[in-house]
Design a binder for this molecule. Structure first.
Ligand SMILES: Cc1ncc(COP(=O)(O)O)c(C=O)c1O
Length: 416
């Protein structure tokens, strides 16, 4: 079905035709969407599935006995099963629906963190974390008089693990790390960090927001304690995320949100919570997003991770090599293992100006701090221009982008 960049077959065109939004013009040019790390576009099957839900089944789940409620409940639980299989979770009840990676991480801080963190304890994150994986821990540490530490990055923009033994010690209770940096694209060697953390009795929380759309995940063999990710970054709708957690922790954790759907028994004085995973799913879930997410998973699996990875790797290599040949381009982060995310700046130009100029040609890139202000501070820059690829991007889109970028650089050189 899918061929890598430069293949004589044009299956990529068929694939692109599954995404209605890609056919549009922006400022008179075909849309070139290079902002997939922020959110991906949605295939027609996902959009239709959400529409079908509202046209045919719309009912709240786990509450009613009528036909619509039964169909909705089955469809939601089917997605839970599909997510469990996708990330190789050992049990279905270890997969919790949340509103996104952000909520998943906040949930852990507000439950496990509230229970287990005490004065003087340490929580270890890294200098490349997204704000979503900094702030819940920062605020928890303030509440508990605990200490927040951050693993440094080296000059290539990779985690500096040379002194890992100093960073993870007997006071470390939680290690919370991103699998993939949303700004630098670097894939972190989390397996070795998980082993080091466990050796000191710390649990490990993985922010997988930029991982699951790009390579296969096996939470069981990773042996992480928690794993968080979002549907909208992997071709699903917004408002939906996932939290995988080891049952032994989830069982002990007391819900931080309470309400309908998560209780067995309520009196005016007491509550008995539902079993996992429902005790963490208070209120009405984003049902259409959940049900339609099954189609996003189907698409990823139909393409296959090996093909998807080869495609994105080829796009990355092509873009990186060509950008490196433009003298005014300063590529940021030169680590070895990356997904299709590239951050750069143009000498003498503000990143926002470059973003706006690219937009005039229909090219969508991310500009700014990418929700990684501590990383920006560490790198001594204010922001970046970030391009990030999805499964529908093509080499010819990169060619167009490079042509426009060279024009911008040229104009800047002759006017300055
Ligand atoms: C690495 C990382 N973590 C967390 C998030 C937050 O994800 P969401 O906004 O879907 O909750 C993002 C979003 O860009 C991200 O890239």
């Amino acid at each position: 079905m899918f061929n890598t960049v430069g293949s004589p077959f044009l299956a990529i065109d068929q694939l692109r035709s599954l995404f209605p939004i890609l056919t549009q013009q922006v400022h008179g040019n075909s849309l070139v969407y290079f902002d997939n790390a922020a959110t991906t576009h949605k295939p027609r099957a996902v959009i239709r599935s959400a529409q079908d839900f509202y046209e045919q089944d719309n009912a709240n789940i786990h509450r009613g006995v009528h036909g619509l409620a039964t169909r909705s409940t089955i469809a939601v639980e089917n997605t839970r099963t599909a997510v469990k299989k996708l990330i190789h979770a050992p049990e279905e009840d270890a997969v919790i629906f949340t509103s996104g990676t952000t909520e998943s991480l906040n949930l852990i801080a507000a439950t496990y963190g509230e229970m287990e963190i005490h004065e003087g304890d340490e929580i270890l994150i890294s200098e490349m974390e997204h704000h979503s994986n900094i702030l819940p821990w920062q605020l928890l540490c303030k509440r508990k008089k605990a200490v927040l530490k951050a693993l440094p990055i080296d000059k290539l923009g990779a985690l500096d693990l040379t002194e890992l033994a100093q960073w993870i010690n007997k006071r470390t209770k939680i290690v919370a790390l991103t699998y993939v940096s949303n700004t630098l694209g670097v894939i972190n060697p989390i397996a070795s960090i998980i082993a080091a953390a466990h050796a000191h009795g710390a649990i490990v929380v993985i922010d997988g927001a930029q991982a699951v759309a790009h390579f296969p995940i096996d939470v069981t063999s990773l042996n992480c304690d928690f794993f968080a990710f979002s549907a909208h970054k992997m071709y699903g709708l917004t408002g939906l995320g996932f939290l995988y957690g080891k049952s032994k922790w989830l069982k002990q954790m007391i819900p931080y949100q309470t309400g309908g759907g998560m209780v067995k028994k309520v009196t005016l004085q007491e509550v008995v919570y539902e079993e996992l995973p429902y005790k963490f799913e208070a209120g009405t879930l984003p049902l259409a997003s959940i049900i339609s997410f099954n189609e996003a998973i189907n698409l990823i699996l139909a393409i296959g991770y090996p093909q998807l990875m080869a495609h994105e790797a080829a796009l990355f290599q092509y873009a990186w090599t060509n950008l490196a040949n433009i003298p005014a381009v300063q590529l940021i982060g030169n680590a070895d293992h990356k997904v299709g995310i590239i951050a750069f700046n143009i000498l003498g130009m503000h990143h926002l100006d470059v973003g706006l100029l690219l937009d005039t040609k229909g090219i969508a890139v991310r500009t700014g701090h990418c929700c990684t202000q501590p990383l920006m501070e560490r790198l001594g820059i204010e922001g970046v221009i970030r391009i990030s690829f999805g499964l529908y991007n093509t080499k010819s889109e990169i060619d167009f982008f490079l042509k426009i970028l060279r024009g911008i650089v040229h104009k800047q050189a002759i006017t300055s």
